[in-house]
Design a protein around this ligand. Structure first.
Ligand code: NAI
Length: 466
């Protein structure tokens, strides 16, 4: 890795490739470009010191430069050890932006980089967090609780927690009071994904959220687009780049039929697979059935499945016992945020043959083999390049608006989790219509009056579910 001048990346030589792809991405990210146009002169993020923990991809590079054009200073790391696009990181480092992200970094490096995105060269703390999955937020809050004398660092239950605890202790020893000072300086956090949002609501419930948060995930123009249409494109992309397997005719099982599950099932169906779905929620199970998918339990489906993908955001969805039921050469992967959906730890003492980066063959004692993608980490970013730019533009426009909102009006908010108002959600969608050549129908005053809305929107009541 190249470690100098306040950045850690794979190879600075990749910067011009990254820049060319960013130029293309900009043409597919109308929402972010519109933010630059609308706010580029006023620069509402002037004074913002943003710690960003989100997959360091080409799309994220365009987000970073948008935040900077709005006046912010940023420090950036990936929120997953496999999701960095090294050419994107190189292009961002070439502009002098502190970025700490290497595809295939170790977990120790991951937590070191998460520390570095708070550790500004001028010694001042961050005042905003832009998080994906909640690790940056958790790092600061856990460290601050440890500094307050709470027993939060004892008894790590696995190797990853040990590494996390070691990093916090290292920083506590090097800079006493570091975490408390950071926590107290944070005006707010904007959170990208379902799993991170769950963590924030749990903190709020326990009275442990010390600053306001915006749940970007539950903007309609995020979860009903990125999670769904994004995965519809990027799941199959990941499986193909990893395995080159023929999907048509194969039996695929998708665990979970939430937003990511719906996109994933559609992705596999589009590739010609015969798709089955598992669910715990009767509503989502009924949706799956009425979308034409057989709803099964994983135990029943495992012996005949060729491809098994978890999308639940839950832990222990695929256990060692279930893996024992699977057939030889099954492709197993996860597209949910964390790697605990598949019990990968229980495979560690079996024989692994590495096929190529992020593709491993696991040999069971009885001779059966499993092709495991990205060691159980989110495979669309580990084995491919994540979602396409256009859908990330919608997500990141929400992120940008949320950062502006909390940075400029944070005092208005309590220590709770909020979603952006519906008129901003509609604005994000509106910004993406022209690119697709879509032309909106305009309500007449009489029609608007009849359905009880304003002709300019919002067009739906809060309880509407899309
Ligand atoms: P969701 O809450 O809409 O869907 C999850 C579904 O899984 C729910 O319907 C739930 O009932 C079901 N489920 C829970 N436990 C289950 C079990 N044991 N067996 C079967 N089904 C089970 O959440 P969403 O938005 O679909 O996100 C899922 C995960 O994907 C989260 O971790 C999220 O952070 C992540 N995500 C990943 C993306 C990617 O690009 N890889 C993009 C967006 C989200």
């Amino acid at each position: 890795f190249v470690i100098e001048n306040d950045f850690v990346i794979r190879d600075p030589e990749l910067a011009s490739w990254g820049r060319k792809e960013m130029d293309i991405a900009e043409t597919e990210m109308p929402g972010l470009m519109a933010c630059r146009e609308e706010f580029g002169t006023d620069k509402p993020l002037t004074g913002a010191r943003i710690t960003g923990s989100l997959h360091m991809t080409i799309q994220t590079a365009v987000l970073i430069e948008t935040l900077q054009e709005l006046g912010a200073k940023v420090r950036w790391a990936s929120c997953n050890i496999f999701s960095t696009q090294d050419h994107a990181a190189a292009a961002i480092a070439a502009t002098g932006t502190p970025v700490f992200a290497v595809k295939g970094e170790s977990l120790t490096e991951y937590w070191d980089y998460t520390d570095r995105i708070f550790n500004w060269t001028d010694g001042e703390p961050s005042n905003m967090i832009l998080d994906d999955g909640g690790d940056a937020t958790m790092y600061i809050l856990t460290g601050a609780r440890a500094e307050a004398g709470e027993d939060v660092l004892s008894n790590p239950t696995n190797e990853e927690e040990e590494i996390f605890v070691a990093q916090i202790k290292k920083r506590m020893a090097a800079t006493p009071g570091f975490f408390t000072r950071q926590r107290d300086a944070i005006k707010g956090v904007t959170e990208e994904t379902t799993t991170g949002v769950n963590r924030l609501y749990q903190l709020q419930k326990k009275g442990l959220l010390p600053f306001p948060a915006i749940n970007v995930n539950d903007s309609v123009t995020k979860s009903k687009f990125d999670n769904k249409y994004g995965c519809k494109e990027s799941l199959v992309d990941g499986i193909r780049r990893a395995t080159d397997v023929m999907m048509a005719g194969k039996v695929a099982v998708v665990c979970g039929y939430g937003d990511v599950g719906k996109g994933s099932a559609a992705s596999l169906l589009g590739a010609g697979a015969r798709v089955k779905v598992t669910e715990v929620d009767p509503i989502c199970a009924l949706q799956a059935a009425m979308d034409g998918f057989e709803v099964v339990t994983l135990e029943d489906a495992a012996p005949t499945a060729d491809i098994i993908i978890t999308t639940t955001g839950n832990k222990d969805v695929v256990t060692l016992d279930t893996m024992r039921l699977m057939k030889d050469m099954v492709i197993l992967g996860n597209i949910g945020h964390f790697d605990n959906e598949i019990e990968v730890l229980s495979l560690r003492n079996m024989k692994w043959t590495n096929i190529k980066p992020q593709v491993d063959m696991i040999h069971f004692p009885d001779g059966k083999r499993i092709l495991l993608l990205s060691e159980g980490r989110l495979l669309n970013l580990g084995n491919a390049t994540g979602h396409p730019s256009f859908v990330m533009s919608a997500s990141f426009t929400n992120q940008t608006l949320a950062q502006i909102e909390l940075f400029t009006k944070g005092e208005k908010y309590g220590k709770e989790v909020y979603v952006l108002p519906k008129h901003l959600d509609e604005k994000v969608a509106r910004l993406h219509l022209a690119k697709l050549g879509a032309k909106l129908t305009v309500l007449s005053d009489e029609q608007a009056d009849y359905i009880g809305v304003s002709p300019q929107g919002p067009f739906k009541a809060e309880q509407y579910r899309y």
